[in-house]
Write a protein that binds this ligand. Structure first.
Ligand SMILES: [Zn+2]
Length: 565
């Protein structure tokens, strides 16, 4: 730094260097804590809605009992399902329903939504780490309570999550990779159905297509081969169970990206389709949410809708859209919506439950929007305080160390170019949970982001140290009295990158907050937020390495060598 009237003395620069280093390390530590907190807020989300007693929302279905078969085909994309003759045969006589899958589009959360009509926000099941009995009521719970004969066949997880061994007959298969499980599951289901002399409520889960999706990707020939194999078993199961008076629903829990993986918001992951067929189902097409499956099945099968369902029966696919069974589902939906409003916005709780599907949806939309607006308003002042501090510090640094700040900004641009170039272009990632493919990859994924942050940060310090002498007429070498200034350039560059990330973190926080108390944040934004915090954390290492980097570049810089022979 050249001496001028404003420039602090070298001794002060040493103090500033220490303060800047501590500030950077402090941000690093704070981000580390916040990243852990925020991740756990989603993973361990404690839904306030599970406390709603299902007995208080239940409305008995006055319709006649029909035998129902619900088959979950894990990880089946819409495209693949249209290559399955078993699905096409049901579609030819039933309802082809385009589905939107709620997020995170992971298996335990989406199975729970299918079986309960409660999306992740309500069920509290947000990841596959949820390895205990779910707290929302399911179709199986209702069927058992209403004395129907029940049959469940599928992976062991169904017992862990839904207590499926309480069914009259159940058979569970350990989820083993590289083994084909669906054939055995179909054998189990057909055998147990004979034992029960036709079970009244049958729930079956096919795991294999999801395994192939994870291992090879939805675009692979291996995935297509697995779809064909499962198709043969699906046809065997449907043929074996269909007595002409059985209501079928065959549904995926989510799709897969072309390269394999789900959990995020990608089109082939969250847009898929299911089929309903049997007595009471029209031959038609419709659009619905995955939470609407359980209420629709309940209406068709003569069961009461599970008590925590946010979904509503898809009446457009019913031969009798105005039946007493539909009225019962709507009455239940209205009661639950009223309770929901009382949980998140007590002042918005209506005196009477809404009585139509539209009124129910309007109530949800209204209370969600009002609560979200109130949450955001409460975060506005702290957000502007953070922005004001960042601007003030930048201005002060700009006044005293204009050239250093410009160099640090050049380094910051280089940082984001390198980090994002690696993330989006080299790895081909997006801000999505689907990037993980398997839970076991989560830690490696974040560790690799930390390593790349350090690489990009060191390059940023090199750029800053290359640019700085170019801005000065007679740049000085990194020797006393300029040594502290040169070392500070590495820390200042790191701080500038951190400030840019803090601004982005603050923007997320302003919109969604860090705590998850009644709804999940936008998960694409939340994924970016987590990555921003990971970068902020790893930049602590760059703050320590940066001074050495700028020192070395300063020693080697050709312009400095020329002006200081
Ligand atoms: Zn999966």
């Amino acid at each position: 730094m050249q001496a001028s009237d404003h420039t602090p003395r070298p001794a002060n620069i040493w103090s500033l260097l220490i303060i800047a280093l501590l500030a950077s390390l402090g941000m690093s530590y704070g981000a580390y804590k916040l990243a852990g907190y925020s991740w756990n807020q989603v993973v361990d989300y404690q839904s306030p809605f599970v406390k709603i007693d299902p007995a208080t929302t239940r409305v008995d279905n006055p319709g006649e009992d029909e035998r129902m078969v619900l088959i979950i085909v894990d990880g089946l994309t819409d495209e693949a399902s249209r290559s399955m003759s078993g699905m096409e045969r049901l579609r030819a006589r039933g309802a082809d329903v385009s589905l939107i899958v709620s997020q995170p589009s992971l298996s335990y959360p989406t199975w729970t939504t299918i079986l309960s009509g409660a999306p992740q926000q309500i069920s509290g099941v947000t990841t596959n780490w949820y390895e205990r009995h779910v707290e929302v009521e399911t179709l199986l719970d209702v069927a058992i309570a209403e004395g129907r004969s029940t049959l469940v066949a599928g992976p062991t997880d169904l017992d862990v999550l839904y207590g499926a061994s309480a069914a009259d007959r159940s058979a569970f298969t350990d989820w083993v990779s590289d083994s084909y499980m669906t054939a055995g599951i179909v054998d189990d289901a057909l055998r147990l159905d004979k034992e029960l002399a036709d079970a009244s409520v049958v729930i079956v889960h096919f795991p294999d297509i999801d395994e192939a999706g994870h291992a090879y990707g939805a675009a692979s020939p291996e995935y297509a081969e697995m779809v064909a194999a499962v198709n043969a078993d699906l046809e065997r199961l449907v043929d074996g169970l269909d007595d002409g008076e059985t209501v079928f629903c065959v549904t995926p829990d989510h799709g897969h990206i072309a390269t394999g993986g789900h959990g995020g918001w990608e089109d082939p992951v969250i847009h898929t389709s299911c089929v309903f067929a049997g007595p009471g189902v029209r031959h038609t097409t419709a659009q619905a949410e995955i939470a609407d499956i359980a209420p629709t099945m309940a209406v068709l099968a003569g069961l009461s809708t599970p008590g925590h369902a946010r979904g509503i029966a898809i009446t457009s696919i019913l031969t009798e859209p105005d039946s007493p069974a539909v009225d019962a589902d709507l009455a239940r939906a209205g009661r639950f919506a009223k309770k929901y409003a009382s949980v998140i916005r007590p002042s918005a709780e209506p005196a009477e439950p809404p009585m139509s599907a539209i009124a129910v949806r309007v109530l949800y939309a209204a209370v969600d929007a009002t609560r979200l607006d109130a949450d955001r308003a409460s975060r506005l002042a702290p957000f502007f305080a953070v922005v004001a501090v960042l601007v003030a510090v930048t201005l002060v640094i700009g006044v005293y160390f204009r050239h250093a700040l410009v160099s640090a900004l050049a380094g910051t641009i280089a940082y984001f170019a390198v980090y994002n170039g690696l993330y989006f272009l080299v790895h081909g990632y997006t801000w999505s949970l689907s990037a993980f493919n398997e839970e076991s990859m989560v830690q490696t994924f974040f560790n690799t982001r930390m390593v790349e942050t350090v690489i990009a940060g060191v390059l940023a310090c090199i750029v800053a140290a290359v640019v700085y002498p170019l801005l000065r007429r007679e740049p000085k070498p990194p020797r006393r009295p300029y040594l502290a200034g040169w070392l500070s350039l590495g820390v200042l560059t790191t701080l500038t990158i951190q400030a840019a990330l803090v601004l982005q973190v603050a923007l997320f926080w302003r919109l969604w907050g860090a705590s998850v108390v009644w709804r999940l944040p936008d998960l694409q934004a939340a994924f970016k937020y987590d990555l921003d915090l990971i970068q902020l954390t790893a930049l602590g290492a760059v703050a320590v390495l940066g001074p050495a980097v700028t020192y070395v570049v300063g020693r080697m810089h050709p312009k400095i060598r020329r002006s200081n022979p």
